[in-house]
Design a protein around this ligand. Structure first.
Ligand code: HEM
Length: 144
């Protein structure tokens, strides 16, 4: 696949992943906390999931293909041989953390969501959003 197509898909995935989580964190979660209305989170989640999960999968696939220009595979990135190796290794660690926090929220918190558990979910959303921003910044640093 050509470089331009890869970077366009990677940027499209980034807008969906980062943008979706910012909307969730800054508008949906505060609204749900204020009204103790769990349904607001559920209905956003159900709609967003359908586009957010494919976006994250696209990030991983295109990210690995883009990384191939700088490193000879995942293990090579973890030699931290230079700045680019380090940035790619950090992106992979951030991805792992995203998967862990996201899976915990999706499998443990969302199915049993109640007004009492909303603050716990808010912490998870804040964490995933911070990780998403960090992935974006590390990506931009590859060029800079
Ligand atoms: C939600 C997850 C991710 C987000 C939000 C994200 C975001 C970004 C952004 C905004 C850029 C800058 C593109 C540009 O300079 O035009 C970028 C570049 C890059 N990303 Fe990601 N990324 C994610 C996941 C990944 C993963 C899992 C990898 C795999 C190691 C990866 C590898 C790269 C590489 C190698 C570049 C540099 C591309 C280049 O300039 O040639 N990304 N990313």
């Amino acid at each position: 696949m050509g470089y331009t197509i890869l970077i366009v898909l990677h940027l499209l995935g980034a807008t969906i992943w980062v943008g979706g989580h910012l909307v969730l964190l800054l508008t949906i979660v505060p609204g749900a906390l204020a009204t103790r209305d769990v349904e607001r989170i559920r209905s956003f989640e159900q709609g967003y999931e359908r586009i957010g999960i494919p976006a994250l999968i696209i990030q991983v696939v295109t990210g690995l293909m883009l990384a191939h220009r700088f490193v000879q595979g995942v293990l090579d990135a973890f030699t931290f041989a230079d700045r680019l190796h380090t940035l790619i290794a950090v992106k992979l660690l951030l991805l792992l953390a995203t998967a862990a926090v996201g899976a915990h929220a999706r499998l443990r918190i969302i199915p049993r969501l109640s007004a009492e558990r909303l603050p716990g979910l808010a912490v998870h959303v804040a964490l995933v959003t911070t990780l998403a921003m960090a992935l974006l910044v590390c990506g931009a640093l590859v060029r800079g």
